[in-house]
Unconditional design. Structure first.
Length: 367
């Protein structure tokens, strides 16, 4: 028995040593189908605010009256309660897979009215429901708010971060377990985080190399189906072994990502350029307004008037042309651009023009 254990350890070390340097574990590349978190949402009230709560509006007053009615307190219709210490909020949380009744999860609380800050408030008992309308957790507790807001009598105010959103660590107790299909059927399916036919094929080959031929098969660019034991304990052990296998993921497709709002440009290492000559001229137009006061002579019965005085200046940059040869890589492209001194905004225009000219071997994605 000891000899068999030593042999198994030796084989495991050999497998690890033979893995490629850029290999990744299956658990980092894919998720098990059916094993996921579920979104929960609810509506509740935060109380105990230092005058930073809701103003007197219809739905806030209705919520407040409903809460008091639930406690057996009847508020006359003619009485308008002051609710500056109360704020209606939306409460949401993620229910992790396999969560059991009695466990706790974190919740996020957000004001949905005109409350100025939730700092110092306490969330009253709030039911958190799933998409099926059933209650899966109950939230309650004191809020942790990272923001701060202060307002003066003259209307001036200072706001730091977001004082109308807070968190309650372990603020919800799970009341119902979400049914899972993990232990049903003869197979489990891995879904890749990034769809790729090559990666799916390599993952199936790695699993078959360990367990045996025809154990795993790629269904498409995303899913890999694997035969698994039906016994829950054996299935867990089996999956724990598979998810730690290492797979060499395929290289990503050649892409250039351009975010026109922030000026961010990301160029993938697989991007190559075809021969092209580029010149980009910048035209700067500056308009300066310098109003002047026209003062009439004494005793002329004239009126003092403001006369506009505009100065328009047009300046064109003297930019040079640079040439890109066949198969230029990312490094050569960056060097050429740095020599010319192109700003991010101008680089976006150059990349779009190269794409239209068919000089980019890759996909240009504009966000």
């Amino acid at each position: 028995m000891k000899a068999l254990i030593n042999l198994a350890l030796s084989m495991a070390l050999m497998v690890v040593a033979l893995q490629p340097a850029d290999a990744a574990r299956i658990k980092d590349l894919a998720k098990v189908q059916g094993v996921r978190s579920n979104q929960l949402i609810g509506y509740g009230l935060v109380v105990g605010l230092p005058g930073t709560g809701e103003k007197n509006n219809a739905f806030s007053e209705q919520t407040f009256r409903t809460m008091l009615n639930n406690f057996g307190i009847k508020v006359p219709d003619s009485l308008k309660p002051k609710i500056k210490d109360v704020a209606p909020v939306a409460v949401h949380a993620d229910l992790p897979a396999f969560s059991k009744p009695g466990q706790t999860i974190d919740v996020t609380v957000s004001a949905i009215g005109e409350a100025k800050s939730l700092r110092g408030g306490t969330l009253l008992q709030t039911f958190l429901k799933g998409v099926d309308g059933r209650v899966y957790a109950v939230a309650q507790g004191s809020l942790v708010v990272g923001g701060l807001g202060a307002e003066g009598a003259d209307g001036s105010k200072v706001v730091i971060n977001t004082p109308t959103v807070g968190r309650i660590p372990n603020g919800a107790s799970v009341e119902r377990e979400v049914p899972s299909s993990f232990n049903s059927g003869d197979t489990i399916t891995f879904n890749l985080n990034r769809s790729d036919f090559t990666t799916a094929k390599r993952m199936a080959d790695v699993i078959n190399g360990l367990v045996g031929a025809d154990t795993a098969r790629p269904l498409d660019a995303t899913s890999v189906q694997v035969f698994a034991p039906r016994d829950p304990a054996q299935r867990v052990s089996y999956l724990a072994t598979l998810e730690n296998l290492e797979v060499d993921p395929a290289d990503e497709g050649a892409k250039i990502i351009v975010n026109s709002r922030t000026g961010t440009i990301v160029i993938g290492s697989q991007v190559k350029l075809k021969p092209a000559a580029i010149t980009h001229g910048g035209l700067t137009v500056t308009i300066t307004e310098n109003p002047q006061v026209s003062q009439p002579n004494a005793f002329s019965n004239g009126q003092t008037a403001v006369v506009p005085n505009s100065t328009i200046n047009v300046q064109q940059a003297n930019n040079r042309m640079f040439k890109l040869d066949t198969g230029n890589t990312l490094d050569q492209l960056v060097q050429a651009i740095n020599q010319v001194g192109v700003a991010p905004g101008d680089l976006m225009a150059i990349l779009e023009a190269l794409q239209q000219a068919g000089a980019i071997e890759g996909e240009l994605v504009i966000l």
